[in-house]
Design a protein around this ligand. Structure first.
Ligand code: ZN
Length: 298
């Protein structure tokens, strides 16, 4: 029942996209060529089946048009912009705590995915966190009032990293693109209030940060939950903290749901699904503990 905590895999039908290293179009090239987006769309629609078939970590078939390099660059640019716009926490203790938990999670990713993650704490009362392609993790200080211990914080970070591992941003952008929302140039420009820029930020999962109401879909949320609980357990955190965190969230309420509390699935469904995943995850945790993985971040 558990997801393998591996990244989305391209499947055989992606061979026409350049052997997996480069699938779909290159955003920089698109920008250079002006209106090439529309031509590219026509080309893509004629090649949909061949271009972007992939399998997510839970075995779900995905349609991905963008290369990992494109997504990594978008994530990098968005993160740089957020660091410029938002207040970055300088509190050494808080930073160390969040970094300790995040690094314990990223340390159990597949070997090629473990290094180079940037973790930033933002002074913000919103109960929120996010992870971006390009190995970026952001945690708002408001989350720490609801995630009461390292295990609960690990459940949120695991969930966010789960979105990245399953390439959900790529999938959302690909769906938008195929539906005709041409993201011309595919550039991140936070000062730019254009629909394209907002669509990009929303697709990256940054809706609540920038007022773009585009929550992840129910299937993406459920998938990130399953990947997240596995990651936290493999890192040695207590997986029972995942449903507990959601009980805290349900109690905390709040008018604006954070990304990971987006309206689908409902708190009740989510808690029940996570609770069902706890026993199998607990076995992974016991394995981690036996191997000496015993996070001590508090
Ligand atoms: Zn989420």
């Amino acid at each position: 029942m558990h997801a393998k905590a591996s990244r989305t895999r391209r499947t055989a039908c992606d061979t026409r996209g350049g052997g997996g290293a480069k699938v779909g179009f290159d955003a920089e090239e698109m920008q250079k060529e002006g209106n090439v987006g529309m031509r590219c769309l026509g080309w893509l629609l004629g090649s949909l089946v061949a271009l972007g078939c992939a399998t997510s970590p839970t075995g779900r078939t995905q349609f991905l048009l963008f290369s990992e390099r494109d997504l990594d660059r978008m994530g990098f640019e968005a993160f740089e912009a957020i660091k410029t716009d938002e207040s970055v926490s300088r509190d050494a203790e808080t930073n160390e705590y969040v970094r300790c938990v995040a690094e314990a999670i990223t340390a159990v990713l597949p070997s090629g995915e473990r290094s180079g993650w940037e973790v930033v704490v933002f002074e913000d009362e919103d109960v929120n966190a996010f992870a971006l392609p390009g190995r970026k993790i952001g945690v708002q200080t408001g989350l720490l009032a609801v995630a009461h211990d390292q295990d609960q914080l690990a459940s949120v970070i695991g969930h966010e990293v789960g979105h990245v591992m399953a390439q959900h941003a790529n999938e959302r952008m690909s769906q938008n693109f195929a539906a005709g929302t041409v993201l011309s140039g595919a550039q991140i420009a936070l000062g730019d209030d254009s629909p394209e820029s907002r669509a990009l930020l929303g697709a990256l999962g940054l809706g609540t940060q920038f007022g773009v109401l585009l929550p992840f879909s129910r299937s993406h949320e459920s998938e990130a939950d399953l990947i997240g609980i596995e990651l936290m357990a493999r890192a040695g955190f207590d997986p029972a903290a995942a449903p507990a965190l959601w009980r805290n969230m349900a109690r905390a309420g709040g008018s604006q749901p954070p990304e990971w509390a987006s309206t689908h699935p409902s708190h009740g469904t989510r808690i029940a699904d996570l609770q069902r995943a706890v026993p199998a995850a607990e076995l992974l945790r016991q394995e981690a503990l036996a191997n000496g993985l015993r996070p001590d971040c508090e």
